[in-house]
Write a protein of this length. Structure first.
Length: 302
């Protein structure tokens, strides 16, 4: 990768990026992945994995157990995805295996935490849910959701955060590289993101498991978590479809930002539905064929 001259020596830039990734993970969680993605591209594989392992070890030694788990998950997810991408595995499968590794590391960290807290671990976890519960009841006093309900939905929330971290890492890689005066790498656009077809069946089965009155609570809890995760996947696909639509109509940057803000804050379900509908309607293929027809018409006219 060609790079423009740096104002600071490369080792110093790499060190600053490593510290920056830890700070961003501590302050904004999923945004740390963006810096790690830039670090992996800028520094190369060997240095990336060495610094990731060193940073995680230092966090553990300094007593930052929660941050060390979060950072380890982040650097493993981003690093694994980037390595698999470099091996020319598809974006979807690269993301699948990267998230799976992140889940395993997170589960191992939780298991270690449970073992260290003894029999009172469950009540301690319920206590952690009191803060978000108090915020929820403040905005929605009529809610019937309990702290236990939030706890049971936590696995899906954590997986979705990992997915969001990876999405943000890919999305903002070029901006991070520009900040360190490195030439961004040309990669496949997120506008082409598409969920594997079999996930539609996973989505439908999870809906049945979550909402049917089968009387088996563990199945309902698992189904609800799977449902939230698949909906998040279709949300990202919906965003890709909408982004392609904006490009097709050549919508201005200001209006795109405004539209994304409204979609993300007010119309999450609508974006998910667009992603699901894309399974049957294949919006982007239709637009591509339409554009090709227009090109042929122009050639014929000439």
């Amino acid at each position: 990768m060609s790079q423009t001259p740096l104002k600071m020596p490369k080792p110093i830039v790499i060190t600053l990026m490593t510290v920056w990734s830890v700070v961003m993970t501590a302050l904004l969680a999923f945004f740390g992945g963006s810096v790690l993605r830039g670090l992996k591209t800028f520094a190369g594989s060997k240095i990336y994995w060495m610094l990731g392992a060193l940073s995680t070890t230092l966090l553990i030694v300094s007593g930052q157990s929660s941050l060390s788990i979060a950072f380890a998950c982040m650097f493993l997810i981003v690093g694994t995805y980037s390595e698999l991408e470099d091996m020319e595995l598809s974006e979807g499968w690269s993301a699948f295996w990267a998230i799976s590794i992140g889940v395993l590391v997170g589960a191992a960290g939780v298991a270690f935490w449970i073992a260290s807290h003894g029999n009172g671990w469950y009540q301690t976890l319920l206590g952690f849910m009191e803060t978000p519960m108090s915020q929820l009841t403040k905005f929605q006093p009529e809610t019937t959701i309990t702290a236990e309900d939030l706890l049971f939905q936590t696995p899906a929330v954590l997986v979705i955060l990992m997915m969001l971290a990876l999405y943000m890492a890919v999305l903002f890689e070029s901006q991070v590289l520009k900040l360190v005066q490195a030439q961004p790498v040309k990669r496949r656009s997120l506008k082409s993101f598409k969920v594997a077809d079999f996930f539609l069946w996973v989505f439908l089965v999870s809906v049945l498991g979550a909402f049917l009155q089968h009387g088996y609570e563990p199945l309902a809890i698992i189904s609800a978590n799977v449902l939230y995760i698949t909906m998040a996947l279709y949300f990202f696909q919906g965003l890709a479809v909408i982004s392609s639509g904006f490009a097709k109509i050549r919508l201005g940057l200001f209006w795109q930002i405004l539209a994304y803000f409204i979609l993300v804050t007010q119309l999450l379900i609508v974006v998910c539905m667009v992603g699901i509908a894309d399974f049957w309607l294949e919006f982007r293929n239709r637009w591509k064929k339409s554009a090709q027809k227009e090109v042929k018409r122009e050639i014929f006219r000439k």
